[in-house]
Design a protein around this ligand. Structure first.
Ligand SMILES: [Zn+2]
Length: 264
């Protein structure tokens, strides 16, 4: 298997003491490439730095997560655009709306999202999107950019059937994480993933968050890491009624095309 983890927060402090070992374990588990999520002013430049240390293997996104929307000043906008000028930075985001946690005020979230949508329109780079409990505003804001933005992936999809079909109707891509493996809140996804066409489906760990609850034996820690993508693709394939190798090959081809990754 040659997997691509499209969402790994590898600049997170919890990896500071053993990042190289984490990357090595990922390789050994078949995770050939990773897109390092940039989600704040602090971490987006770090994501680029990390990608530059591993050319052709690691890539980065540059953006500001709705949790950090309050930091999205004009200066921040210029900083993100400068990062996006680099070839290693393959997508705008993580950006979007999160009305579940409301860590930033909603008007600030909408403003930061709007500005990053404009950046996507101006640069032509794909969008790496976050949406939680904000479906209607999210779709309305995306609609304002119809025909002006490139491809978009709704990362860590955890929503309803209606939301999934609304996204697929708009030709957006769907990122599936180990949330699928959570018997308390992810059961509905087991059924929903059958409806996602292979050419719209990508996989991600969202490391260090969302350690899949079905990993056996259960690790002694809670930290997720990219090597568990191999477990996620197995679970996903079983739910879709296909073999893991097929699901892996399709998601890798989809991610390679979506992020316009150079051939290996
Ligand atoms: Zn997210």
């Amino acid at each position: 298997m040659q997997l691509i983890d499209i969402g790994a927060n590898l600049t997170h402090d919890s990896f500071d003491h053993d990042r190289d070992a984490v990357l090595q374990r990922a390789r050994e588990a078949g995770v050939a490439r990773m897109v390092i999520t940039g989600a704040s002013r602090e971490h987006s430049p770090k994501a680029l730095d990390l990608a530059r240390q591993h050319p052709g293997e690691l890539f980065a996104t540059a953006g500001v997560h709705p949790h950090h929307a309050s930091e999205y000043t004009a200066e921040c906008d210029a900083q993100m655009r400068a990062l996006l000028a680099h070839d290693e930075v393959v997508a705008v985001g993580e950006c979007g709306l999160d009305y579940f946690r409301d860590f930033s005020p909603r008007p600030a979230q909408r403003r930061a999202f709007e500005m990053q949508l404009q950046t996507a329109a101006d640069t032509g780079k794909p969008l790496f999107l976050h949406q939680r409990d904000a479906h209607d505003d999210f779709v309305a804001m995306m609609k304002n950019f119809d025909g002006r933005i490139g491809p978009a992936v709704v990362h860590c999809f955890t929503g309803t059937r209606e939301e999934l079909f609304a996204y697929l109707d708009r030709d957006w891509y769907i990122g599936i994480t180990g949330w699928l493996c959570d018997e308390r809140r992810g059961l509905h996804l087991r059924e929903l993933v059958k409806h996602i066409p292979a050419q719209r489906l990508m996989i991600e760990t969202d490391s260090p968050y969302l350690l899949p609850r079905t990993v056996k034996p259960a690790p002694s820690h809670r930290r997720n890491e990219p090597m568990y993508l191999a477990h996620i693709v197995e679970e996903l394939a079983r739910d879709r009624g296909e073999d893991a190798a097929t699901a892996a090959a399709h998601s890798t081809a989809t991610a390679t095309a979506f992020f316009r990754l150079p051939p290996r």
